[in-house]
Design a protein around this ligand. Sequence first.
Ligand code: ASP
Length: 320
Amino acid sequence: MLKKMVFLGTGGTIAGTAVEASDNVGYTAAQLGVGQLLQAIPRLQQALGAHAFLAEQVVQVDSKDMGWSQWRVLAERLQHHLAQSDVHSIVVTHGTDTLEETAFFLSRVLSKKLLALKSVVLTCAMRPASSLAPDGPQNVLDAVAVACSAQAHGVLVVCAGTVHSAHDVQKIHPYRLNAFDSGDAGPLAYVEEGQVRWLHACPGVDASAADFPQVALGKDPWPRVEIITSYAGATGATVRALCAESAVQGIVVAGTGNGTIHQDLELALSEAQARGVRVVRSTRCAYGSVVVGAAAGAFQDSQGLPPVKARIALMLELMA
Ligand code: ASP
């Protein structure tokens, strides 16, 4: 059977346009449809080999504005396409700003049985489509090479010829084309002239593990989990204000260093926890994760996740 590659568009800089071709920052994201982006890539059919392709615009958003309603529809469309026997894999075009959050979210909510067999490859661009030298077309071609690779499965991110796992990827640069990094874990692979050079196997997906209950994604509103950062002179004022609103269900604290927290903020977090708010401790350090000692800390640790992903994990836990 001829297998299909599905392209889902969500917006971002990759679909952005500026008035001047030389302007790589003063553009408007999410202007072109995914079909238009694909038409502008001359070697696309060659990269797809024998695969047919289907393009669908799921949402059209600057990913800084990504929210639950967009995630809900994206997860639903991915789940639908992944379940089709004639679909090989899926490429998602997305903005870079919240790419790591969407990738992590999808890796947690999509069917594990399907992710163990197929890949969802998110890609992006740092320059708009109207740029003198846009990076989006090459990133899409690289994402296609990864999606076609027999070794690919699960949720992956491709940018600047580098392949990252949803678990480890982080945007680490606001401007340069190679804006993503996988921290201590390092990248999974490089894409070179259409060839994927795997350095590590894709993280295993346990097909027998229970799936996230899809019905929970339909609930409104999703649990409110906020991120608070500890720093010199931090106070408990924001935490107390959040608790006074009584809508907050969880707080992730981006601690200093090994997850340490200013004593004034820590006191407020302890009060919040005593009132039933879930508190999770992460670190604001870009690399590494909180190393937990022998004694249990006052707050649950983030299991190696950085603050933005720990927030999603806690939110999903509260939803399920
Ligand atoms: N603000 C844009 C977005 O995330 C940035 C980008 O895509 O590079 O949609």
